[in-house]
Design a binder for this molecule. Structure first.
Ligand SMILES: Cc1ncc(COP(=O)(O)O)c(C=O)c1O
Length: 394
């Protein structure tokens, strides 16, 4: 019998859906996948060339557990230049994706029974990571317009609160949290002596006027309790390379490094060398991808907001739309009843051949997530199919 801990763990719904899409495609069905959480672009050529060069130069051995010094120095420069935060290289750890840094951070910060405040809707993995650390996820819904609700966060704080987690720009809502709301959260963390984890993996994908703000930049008091997590995955279309990082006070980084040293060791050596090229030479590639995403966001928003039963907040960042679809609940197509978001997602998969993720995966059961990281041609076709299927509901 497997352990109680793992029995209580829900598998990643987004990864399970990927497997389902692969299965349907293998069976010959035409599926447009608007479910995945990754850029559709290829990794910029200079990054690929840099990793190739590194391999040929023999940079294929173990590295220091927290990562090669030139990369940690490049990350420190990036955080100073773009995020206005000072970190020394020994306050940075490079990990196998942001995911591994995050999972380890909860292990390092939490004792069993500690509470972690997670504003919802939230990314699928946080809750399971917190549980795996023996801690308790405390889910706090954001405000109606997807803004952080600092009042609700304050009300959720107890003597057991250990961490407040922030994810901006947000997956799945696309909200970019304002400086004012982040300042309120920072004040709460200082007043109640808790850590902040800030997941900034979508920072480069912003389309509105609200800038990305790194909460650790506010003051030394905030810096000393904050772990800033970021990655190469979304910004540089490097999801499969598995490289991300965390920056924070030395004690936290040492703790994360201790776990990493006994589990995955370092992030892949030649990927680390390539990541330096990403940070220092690929700004123009990122901007081109950002512009393409913005155009797609505008197109998709216009189509989705007109669908009967859908209510779609306008997202300022990331590459997701997260409409409330409760207006479709109770409707039917033939003998099929749309009872909830998974039923709607199932109907759209079968009827329209479009894969979407039900909001339950993000602790928001009345919504569904559509990813617009796909070619314009596929997005147009997907929306035509979705519209036709939704119009059949009555
Ligand atoms: C909010 C958020 N954080 C972290 C990650 C994981 O990033 P990585 O691929 O670098 O592990 C994802 C990926 O979907 C994400 O959406």
């Amino acid at each position: 019998m497997i352990s109680d801990r793992i029995q209580q763990m829900a598998p990643s719904q987004t990864l399970e859906l990927n497997a389902k899409v692969a299965e349907l495609r293998a069976a010959g069905k035409s599926i447009i996948a608007l479910n995945s959480g990754e850029p559709d672009f290829n990794t910029p050529a200079p990054i690929i060339e840099a990793s190739h060069r590194a391999m040929l130069e023999g940079k294929t051995k173990y590295t220091q557990t927290p990562g090669i010094l030139p990369l940690r120095e490049a990350i420190a420069r990036k955080l100073r230049r773009e995020n206005k935060i000072e970190y020394a290289p020994n306050e940075i750890i490079v990990s196998t994706g942001a995911k591994f840094a995050l999972a380890n951070a909860f292990q390092v910060m939490c004792n069993p029974g500690d509470e972690v405040i997670i504003p919802t809707p939230c990314w699928v993995s946080y809750v399971e990571m917190v549980k795996l650390a023996g801690a308790i996820p405390v889910l706090v819904p954001v405000a109606e317009d997807n803004r952080l609700d600092a009042g609700a966060i304050e009300r959720a704080i107890t003597p057991k609160t250990r961490v407040i987690l922030i994810n901006t720009p947000n997956n799945p809502t696309g909200a970019v949290y304002t400086e004012e709301s982040l300042r309120r959260v920072a004040e709460l963390a200082v007043a109640h002596d808790c850590y902040i984890i800030t997941d900034e993996v979508y920072e480069k994908l912003i389309y509105g006027t609200t800038p990305h703000i790194s909460i650790a930049s506010f003051s030394p008091e905030v810096w000393e309790r904050t772990l800033t997590v970021n990655a190469f995955s979304k910004a540089y279309a490097m999801t499969g390379w598995r490289i991300g990082y965390a920056a924070g006070p030395r004690e936290l980084i040492k703790g994360i490094s201790a776990i990493q040293g006994h589990t995955t060791s370092n992030s892949t050596s030649f990927v680390q060398w390539a990541a330096i090229t990403a940070l220092e030479e690929c700004g123009a590639y990122v901007e081109n991808m950002r512009r393409a995403f913005e155009e797609r966001r505008d197109y998709m928003f216009e189509r989705v907001r007109k669908l009967p039963g859908f209510r779609c907040p306008f997202p300022d960042g990331a590459f997701y739309l997260f409409p409330d679809v409760s207006g479709t609940f109770g409707k039917r197509a033939g003998s099929r009843v749309i009872t909830d978001a998974p039923a709607l997602a199932g109907y759209l998969l079968d009827e329209a051949g479009v894969a979407l993720v039900p909001g339950n995966a993000f602790e928001a059961p009345s919504a569904i997530r559509l990813t617009y990281s796909n070619s314009m041609e596929n997005l147009i076709e997907a929306m035509d199919r979705i519209e036709a299927a939704v119009l059949k509901l009555n």
